[in-house]
Ligand binder design. Structure first.
Ligand code: ATR
Length: 278
């Protein structure tokens, strides 16, 4: 029987994951199928259990089920625990193992694909929801000098910082957080993990927040640059979208499932073309 994988979400038609994982399988010579699986909004767990009963090997979990994915897991990787959410499940014996590869995807895209090192640099993370939280451990693990978490609702950023302070100390990274007006100047990396772009809005940042050579990274992607990217680009700041993060989190998941890390460059390039002709 061929090993079966799915991506579970609602909605799910837009997901690029079947394309990415089928290409990874082809490139690495792995025999598997990967399909979209729509779960009812109140039926995530039953969908997972039905797929396991059919012999499913693993699943990606996407919106709005990443917290439910965390709850359904019987075992969690350190990065899933730290993220408080799961984007990857693996099923074997009686176990459901939950992992989170999103944050690692972000760091790999910046460090490997863009060739920039976060080590010793000043990093500003915008947002304090699930996407921001999932990025914190992977960012700390490459040891920037300073990580500031800024959020529209300052208390959420402050709570996140309180939670991650001991981990920051163990990695030797200074951590701080607050609202937009509390953001200090001079960041090398500014990562947008808010969903503001979905509402056509942009976090309110002062220009001095960006170092001259700063990179602004939006976790969102689409056929057009996001409003965040467009605004910063007008001010001469280098901007990138999250398409590379999407491909790298998929590669990390593929490696978790199959023990083989696929090369991502050709798929990232192909996906960029696919998006642009949509
Ligand atoms: P996700 O899991 O995608 O991170 P979330 O947990 O709902 O989703 O978090 C969304 C994040 O985007 C939050 O940081 C939110 O800020 P608040 O905590 O103040 O709600 C941020 N966000 C959403 N819309 C925004 C907007 N228009 N401007 C700025 N920040 C916004």
């Amino acid at each position: 029987m061929v090993d079966r994988y799915v991506v579970i979400g609602n909605p799910i038609e837009h997901s690029q994951s079947p394309y990415i994982h089928s290409e990874f399988a082809r490139l690495t010579g792995q025999c598997l199928t990967y399909e979209r699986l729509l779960a009812p909004l109140d039926g995530f767990e039953s969908t997972v259990r039905a797929f396991i009963a059919l012999g499913g090997c693993g699943a990606n979990v996407t919106l709005p089920f990443k917290l439910e994915g965390y709850r359904v897991a019987t075992r969690l990787t350190e990065r899933a625990q730290s993220a408080g959410a799961v984007n990857t499940l693996q099923f074997f014996d009686e176990e459901i193992v939950g992992d989170n590869t999103d944050g690692m995807g972000l760091v790999t895209d910046i460090e490997r694909n863009l060739g920039l090192s976060l080590r010793g640099r000043r990093v500003l993370l915008l947002g304090a929801g699930g996407a921001a939280r999932g990025a914190i451990l992977p960012i700390l693990s490459v040891r920037p000098a300073f990580l500031f978490v800024a959020n529209r609702t300052p208390e959420r950023a402050i709570n996140l910082i309180e939670h991650f302070k001991p981990l920051g100390e163990s990695y030797g990274v200074a951590l701080s957080g607050g609202g937009w007006d509390a953001v200090p100047n001079g960041f090398d990396f500014v990562i947008n993990a808010t969903s503001a772009s979905l509402h056509g809005e942009v976090p309110l940042l002062n220009e001095a927040v960006f170092e001259k050579s700063a990179l602004a990274y939006d976790m969102m992607y689409g056929s057009q640059p996001t409003v965040f990217m467009r605004q910063l680009e007008r001010n001469g700041i280098r901007v990138v979208d999250g398409l590379g993060m999407l491909v790298e989190q998929a590669a990390e998941t593929f490696a978790f499932w199959r023990g083989v890390r696929p090369d991502t460059a050709t798929i990232l390039a192909a996906l960029r073309i696919r998006l642009s002709v949509k």
